[in-house]
Design a protein. Structure first.
Length: 294
């Protein structure tokens, strides 16, 4: 009986992970995956304690001038034996077990500390972008927490941009009020992966955001018949008075299309993969005041 219940619980967990409201038969592979998940969760807790998770930085470049205008901080985990663990493996686990709050706080503070350090060294990165999770956005004291960090590292609110997906906004309780408090502090807000969520356009108008980030899936459609969708997103952003960032730009023809269509900022492998702080500063220090078109 114990085995039956344990297997049923594993199957139920798999059904929930696959989107709920579905039937799921148990298979032995599910037990192996569950065991791996438990091990990875334990290692993730140790990683946070041992400072193994650090931000890597991907440049954001002005589409018109090619100059560096910011960077997005992305969590990267270098495990002592497993090597680089992809975010797609550890971020969902962190969200499910509650570790996303300390993980997010670590990435936010490390990114702000790094920005302040770069500026002291003469590397004038204009701003830093950091992703928010649902659980962070549900904290009533989160705006005050961010304000304290900015004060600690002597940064201005405009130096920070917080990125929120449409799903996070819809899932988090009191999300609009928390975002309004953050915006009132002077922090820039952006909707990440725009176009892949399910928020209505009328709801979008209520959000205190300044930036839409076009999901890379739409960028991949450029040159393959998907240009109309990108044009529509850019037109929507323009009509709402929002800036636009194109994610996942990898090819010169994508850059040329986006530049001609009026996209403001480019982000993607065309300019650089996410880099740790030393490589990022070394790569971009010489290009701050010169054109950086590929």
């Amino acid at each position: 009986m114990d085995t039956l219940l344990r297997h049923a619980d594993i199957a139920m967990y798999a059904a929930k992970s696959a989107g709920r409201n579905r039937c799921q038969h148990y298979t032995p592979q599910m037990s192996a995956e569950a065991e791996q998940r438990v091990v990875l969760e334990r290692q993730l807790r140790q990683a946070l304690e041992n400072d193994e998770i650090t931000p890597h930085y991907q440049p954001q470049v002005d589409a018109a001038t090619g100059k560096l205008v910011g960077a997005e901080a992305l969590a990267r985990w270098r495990h002592p034996t497993l090597g680089m663990v992809p975010p797609s493996r550890f971020i969902p686990i962190a969200e499910e077990c509650g570790l996303i709050v300390p993980l997010g706080d670590q990435i936010l503070e490390k990114s702000l500390r790094q920005l302040a350090s770069w500026r002291r060294d003469g590397f004038e990165l204009p701003s830093i972008s950091v992703n928010l999770s649902t659980r962070q956005l549900e904290r009533q004291d989160f705006p005050q927490h961010v304000a304290r960090l900015l004060q600690r590292y002597q940064l201005q609110p405009s130096d920070l941009e917080l990125e929120i997906t449409e799903s996070v906004i819809m899932e988090a309780d009191n999300a609009v009020n928390i975002l309004a408090e953050l915006r009132a502090l002077g922090i820039r807000l952006s909707i990440d992966d725009f176009g892949t969520g399910y928020s209505s356009l009328s709801y979008l108008r209520q959000l205190p955001v300044q930036v839409l980030k076009i999901d890379r899936s739409f960028i991949l459609g450029i040159g393959k018949g998907g240009e109309a969708i990108v044009h529509a997103i850019l037109a929507l952003s323009s009509n709402l008075g929002l800036e636009t960032v194109a994610e996942g730009v990898e090819e010169p023809y994508q850059l040329e299309f986006l530049r001609a269509a009026g996209c403001h900022v480019i982000q993607g492998f065309l300019y650089s993969r996410p880099l740790h702080e030393e490589a990022f500063a070394s790569d971009w220090r010489e290009r701050l005041h010169t054109p950086a078109h590929p």
